[in-house]
Design a protein. Structure first.
Lengths: 108, 210
């Protein structure tokens, strides 16, 4: 285990995260009432979230039909739970729970 | 905001699969402090990516935060250390807590610092708990990676509720499909790039005057 590599990655990711959070405060403050920017602020985040959901799904590395079915099932569970209860914790825990049980309990 | 403890624990458990000392998990919560980026970090570390790759991937992943900052700009303190801590701690969760209330009733600087600090404490505690428990008991963490998908999905559902132009979500889906087929190694960068280009065309073509 290379601790200096780990710390380097942490530092780099910490700095990149801070940059994304600080950018509007240092660079975009003057443009605050710019309507083009407002529209980006309104329309872009949901689009990015669609991409991130896809990114997450791709990262699961589904290699079998059973695993694909399990992913789909867990996915639907999260959507339904969140649509009805709107409790992020419940949706995430139960959805992940279904996936974990499917893999560990049923060998999917 | 108590959701940060179990989610942090999920990260801690996943992190332990890399084989580092468990104390590094809460350290990630202190220095990076971004749920999705930390989950991604586990994958990046496992793949042994370069610093540059990690930097770019994090910028792309967290680019949504740029737009969070814009909407809380006027509510945050103008100067001082608290301003910079608040900016550092502007996570998805903290953002939604702060913007959930109308501007006039959402409180002031000291309250925001309290809220942000509390959120980060829960998160760091969760990371430490998950990683230490996993290092002592070594239970099977297969499948925990779904927590990241579930997290993004929940955030997406929250944002879709206020989305005025749903066709753009289909565009984002197509962009993801295209990026996956054409350049799977640069998936995030290409997919979000395609979304940005489409949105630029839409905003300019919409007869909007700035």
């Amino acid at each position: 285990m290379d601790n200096s590599y780990l710390l380097g990655i942490f530092a780099v990711m910490g700095i990149a995260t801070f940059i994304t959070r600080a950018l509007p405060f240092v660079a975009l403050a003057k443009l605050k009432n710019h309507s083009v920017l407002d529209q980006f602020g309104r329309l872009l985040p949901p689009m990015i979230m669609v991409v991130l959901v896809c990114f997450g799904l791709v990262s699961l590395e589904v290699e079998s039909i059973d695993r694909g079915g399990l992913s789909a099932l867990s996915f639907v569970v999260v959507i339904l739970l969140h649509a009805y209860f709107r409790n992020p914790l419940l949706s995430i825990l139960v959805g992940t729970g279904v996936y974990v049980i499917g893999i560990q309990g049923f060998g999917l | 905001m108590f959701g940060y403890i179990p989610l942090g624990m999920a990260f801690g458990v996943l992190f332990q699969s890399l084989g580092y000392h468990w104390l590094f998990a809460p350290l990630a919560g202190v220095v990076i402090y971004a749920g999705s980026a930390q989950f991604m970090a586990v994958g990046l570390l496992a793949a042994g990516v370069s610093y540059t790759e990690a930097f770019v991937a994090t910028l792309v992943l967290n680019s949504r935060h740029i737009f969070y900052g814009l909407s809380v700009l006027s509510r945050y303190p103008k100067h001082g250390l608290s301003r910079w801590y608040l900016i550092f701690g502007l996570t998805d969760e903290t953002y939604s807590l702060i913007t959930a209330k109308p501007p006039e009733s959402s409180g002031t600087g000291p309250y925001f610092v309290y809220l942000t600090g509390l959120n980060q404490s829960y998160w760091v505690l969760g990371c430490a708990l998950g990683a230490s428990l996993q290092s002592f008991f070594a239970f099977d963490s297969a499948g925990f990676e779904f927590a990241l998908v579930a997290l993004f999905l929940v955030l997406l559902i929250e944002q879709v509720r206020s989305m005025s132009e749903p066709w753009l979500l289909a565009v984002a889906l197509c962009a993801s499909g295209l990026a996956y087929v054409l350049v799977p190694n640069q998936f995030l960068l290409v997919a979000i790039g395609l979304c940005l280009v489409t949105l630029m065309v839409r905003v300019r073509g919409g007869g909007v005057h700035g």
